[in-house]
Design a protein around this ligand. Structure first.
Ligand code: KG4
Ligand code: ZN
Length: 340
């Protein structure tokens, strides 16, 4: 008997991207993201401006997602949305819209944890991409989070290590800012790093116990190093930008790899999946690929468009909840901080 088609609309509005996607039985039919340029001139996300931009973008973004998927809202079987974690004012926009749409259409409403969704993006059906099998370790690296998660099942996830201060994305963005690069600087550090010598400059690695991370010290040592060097030579950054970026990236990748190796040793799990915006980083991708041959790991690297914030990951997480009939009721509220 042919499988019945189930259409899930995913809505993501936790930070500064307004996103909507339509999923049909594990396959993505459309994946729309409206990024907010308004924050660039402030060098970081301004929560109140993000919330206002979500309000402006949400209707056209959802409309386009439905159009590109070739369906209308009446074909939808459920609406999934990001409940948290994230910026409250931003989350409220997606949450309120999802609630009214589900209520109006008389279909189930599904709340999704943004961090779980980053990991579940690995279960989107895509040609050329295989899905990890349980259990696996997820390294969740974004602008807001740095976690090592033991994933035993779709919704059975345990955080076994996390950052005690800055997230890895912040380490990239703040270092980039010190180098005079615009926000978000992570992709730019990556771009210049590919042309530089990763061992040109040495930055200390933090001493943090267990499987936890710390990135605030790196930012400070980059700052002091740059202040000292530019005092001696005002053109220092300009003349060494590629080597600086390569060295900063190399230090960050090493910090992540050290803890991953420790996590593999502790758990005996050798399947590693990366998730979150920073998993777009070329240094992390190539180091993990190399670890397959070097340490006998199997690494899973998501398709680029499913790494940074997107609604396809919300739709796939919603789909697995849909299959279990794990629905939310109308009292569900946006929640800035939620645990796995
Ligand atoms: O997951 P994401 O889109 O948003 C959050 O939930 O935080 O992650 C955004 C973060 C930013 O800090 C950005 O600089 C970083 O991901 N990022 C990168 C790269 N692409 C995005 N960092 C390093 N290398 C990249 N190629
Ligand atoms: Zn994210």
């Amino acid at each position: 008997m042919p499988q019945q088609k189930k259409y899930i609309l995913g809505i993501e509005s936790s930070c500064d991207d307004t996103a909507a996607a339509v999923l049909c039985n594990g396959k993505i039919l459309s994946n729309i993201v409206a990024s907010q340029e308004v924050h660039v001139k402030y060098g970081g996300v301004v929560p109140e401006l993000a919330s206002r931009a979500h309000q402006k973008n949400i209707v056209p973004v959802i409309d386009l997602a439905l159009k590109e998927a070739g369906i209308t809202k009446n074909d939808l079987d459920a609406v999934a949305f990001t409940r948290g974690p994230g910026l409250l004012g931003s989350l409220l926009v997606g949450t309120s819209f999802a609630k009214s749409l589900a209520l109006g259409l008389g279909i189930p409403l599904i709340d999704v944890n943004h961090m779980q969704a980053h990991i579940l993006a690995h279960f989107i059906e895509e040609e050329g991409y295989s899905k990890p099998s349980f259990p696996f370790l997820a390294l969740t690296i974004s602008g807001g989070h740095t976690q090592i998660v033991k994933v035993s099942n779709y919704f059975e996830m345990e955080v076994i290590g996390e950052t005690l201060d800055d997230a890895v994305g912040e380490a990239f963005d703040k270092s980039a800012k010190i180098l005079g690069l615009p926000y978000p600087g992570g992709p730019l550090i990556d771009k210049y790093a590919q042309l530089g010598n990763p061992e040109a400059f040495h930055f200390p690695k933090p001493k943090v116990g267990d499987l936890n991370f710390s990135f605030s010290g790196l930012k400070t040592s980059v700052l002091y190093f740059i202040q000292k060097k530019t005092k001696e030579d005002p053109a220092f950054i300009e003349q060494n930008l590629e080597d600086l970026c390569a060295s900063i990236q190399y230090t960050i990748v090493n910090i992540l790899m050290d803890k991953l190796k420790k996590a593999v040793k502790q758990t005996g799990i050798r399947q590693i999946a990366i998730a979150g915006g920073v998993s777009a980083n070329s240094g992390i991708r190539s180091t993990l690929k190399a670890a397959e041959a070097k340490f006998g790991w199997k690494s899973y690297i998501p398709k680029f468009e499913y790494t940074t914030d997107n609604a396809a990951m919300i739709a796939i997480a919603g789909y697995y909840k849909f299959l279990e009939e794990d629905f939310a009721d109308m009292s569900v509220a946006a929640t800035a901080r939620i645990q796995m």
